[in-house]
Design a protein around this ligand. Structure first.
Ligand code: NAD
Ligand code: WQD
Length: 344
C-alpha cells in the first residue's frame, strides 16, 4: 500500500472518481465530507468499483477541531487533495458569505494543519474560470487572471493566492493547483456520477434530464456569439481523465519529481466544442433525441474557452484520452441508473 491521502469532498462528483483512481493506484484514502452536496451511498459505489472501502469521516473542513481529530485518528497522512467547496456559481451571487466562509476557511484550516502533521503537499481544485474570456486561445497557464464574475469564481482566485502566499512564506510543503475545464461523464460502471442538486445549472445534467423526460426541453443560451455556429464553446473533459491527473499530481509531490514548490496545470482536452456540437454528439453517441430551443444569452457566460493542455501533457506526462462519444454515453448510462434507483 502506498501513502495515506486525505481527500476532502471525496463523496462528491470529482472526489469520488479520484478516490477510485487513487485506490486503483494503490493509495490509502481517507475521505472527509460534510455531505452538504453528496450522499454517503457514494462510499458504497466506490467500494463496489474498487473492492476497497475508503475510510470516511463525515465532518466539515471549516471545523478546525474536527480536522485535527481526523489527522490524529489517521496518523501519517502524507498528502491532501482538496475538493471540498461550494460550487454553484448562481447561488454564490446570492450567498457570497457562505461561499467565502466555506471555500476560504476550509483551505486555511488545511494549510495551517499541514506543517503540524507533516503533510508534504496539497493538490487544489481550481477552475478555468480564473482566466475569464482569454484573449488568446487555446489558453495556457500563463494567461492573465481576470476579475472574477461571481463570488464562487473569486473564491477560487483567492484560494490560489492563499496557497501562493503560504508557499512563499517559507513552509516546507508543496502544492499543485489544477485548473479544470468542464468536467463531464461518469464512471463506466454507473456506480458513481454527478448528483445535481435541484434544477441543474450545468449543461450535461440538464441535457441528460431532458433526454430522459424530466425536463421538457434544453435551453441553448445564445446562438449569436462570435463562434462558427453561434453557440458557446467549452473544453469538456471526462471526469476519469481528470481524476487520473490528480493521481499523477499527488505522486509528483510525494515522489519529489519536481523542485518547484508550487505548480499550475490546465486540465482539458485541447478541443473546443460548441453547445450545438455537444447536443449532436450526444444524439449520435446514444441514439437519443434531445429536444432543445435557442434562447437568449445567459448573463456572465464566457463566449469561448478551451485549454492548451500541452504543459500538463509534457510535464505531468498526463493526457486526456477518453473520447467524447464514450464520455457522453457514460453520462447517459448514469442518468438511466439514477432513474432505475428512483433518485431522478
Ligand atoms: P461536488 O459538490 O460534487 O463535491 C464537493 C464535495 O465537497 C461535496 O461532496 C460536498 O458535500 C463537500 N463539501 C463541501 N463543503 C464542504 C466542507 N466545508 N467540508 C467538507 N465537505 C464539504 O463538486 P465537484 O464538481 O466534485 O467539485 C469538486 C471541486 O472541484 C470543487 O472545489 C469545485 O469548485 C471544483 N471544480 C469543479 C468543477 C465542475 O465543473 N464540477 C469545475 C472546476 C472546479
Ligand atoms: C456550459 C455551456 C452555457 C446550461 C460553469 C462554471 C465554472 C465551472 C464549470 C466550476 C455554456 C451552455 C448550459 C443550459 C446551455 N465550475 N448551457 N444551456 O458555464 O462553462 O462553467 O461550470 O468551477 O466555474 O461557471 O458550464 O455547464 O454551466 O455551461 O446552453 O441549460 O453550456 O451557456 O456555454 P460553464 P455550464
Amino acid at each position: 500500500m502506498k501513502e495515506k491521502i486525505l481527500v476532502t469532498g471525496g463523496a462528491g462528483y470529482i472526489g469520488s472518481h479520484t478516490t477510485v483512481e487513487l485506490q486503483n493506484a494503490g493509495y490509502e484514502v481517507v475521505i472527509v465530507d460534510n455531505l452538504s452536496n453528496s450522499n454517503a451511498n457514494v462510499i458504497d459505489g466506490i467500494e463496489k468499483i474498487t473492492g476497497i472501502r475508503p475510510a470516511f469521516e463525515q465532518a466539515d473542513c471549516i471545523d478546525l477541531e474536527a480536522m485535527k481529530r481526523i489527522f490524529d485518528t489517521y496518523s501519517g497522512i502524507k498528502g491532501i487533495i482538496h475538493f471540498a467547496a461550494s460550487k454553484a456559481v448562481g447561488e454564490s451571487v446570492y450567498k457570497p458569505l457562505l461561499y467565502y466562509r466555506n471555500n476560504l476557511v476550509s483551505l486555511i484550516n488545511l494549510l495551517e494543519l499541514m506543517p503540524v502533521y507533516n503533510v508534504e503537499g496539497i493538490v487544489f481544485s481550481s477552475s478555468c474560470t480564473v482566466y475569464g474570456q482569454p484573449e488568446i486561445l487555446p489558453v495556457t497557464e500563463s494567461a492573465p487572471i481576470q476579475p472574477a464574475l461571481s463570488p464562487y469564481g473569486n473564491s477560487k482566485q483567492i484560494n490560489e493566492e492563499i496557497i501562493r502566499d503560504t508557499i512563499h512564506s517559507g513552509v516546507s510543503c508543496k502544492s499543485i493547483i489544477l485548473r479544470y475545464f468542464n468536467p463531464i461523464g461518469a464512471h463506466p460502471s454507473a456506480e458513481i456520477g454527478e448528483l445535481p442538486n435541484g434544477v441543474p445549472q450545468n449543461l450535461i445534467p440538464f441535457l441528460t434530464q431532458t433526454a430522459i423526460g424530466i425536463r421538457k426541453e434544453l435551453s441553448v443560451f445564445g446562438n449569436d456569439y462570435n463562434t462558427p455556429d453561434g453557440s458557446c464553446i467549452r473544453d469538456y473533459i471526462n471526469v476519469i481523465d481528470l481524476s487520473r491527473a490528480h493521481v499523477v499530481a499527488i505522486e509528483r509531490i510525494l515522489e519529489n519529481k519536481s523542485n518547484a514548490q508550487l505548480e499550475y496545470f490546465n486540465l482539458g482536452t485541447g478541443n473546443g466544442l460548441s453547445v450545438l456540437e455537444l447536443i449532436n454528439a450526444f444524439e449520435k453517441a446514444t441514439q437519443v433525441k434531445v429536444p432543445y430551443k435557442i434562447v437568449g444569452r445567459r448573463e456572465g457566460d464566457i463566449e469561448q474557452i478551451w485549454a492548451n493542455p500541452g504543459y500538463a501533457n509534457e510535464v505531468l506526462g498526463w493526457k486526456a484520452v477518453e473520447s467524447i462519444e464514450d464520455t457522453l454515453r457514460s453520462s447517459w448510462k448514469w442518468q438511466l441508473k439514477l432513474r432505475e434507483k428512483g433518485i431522478m
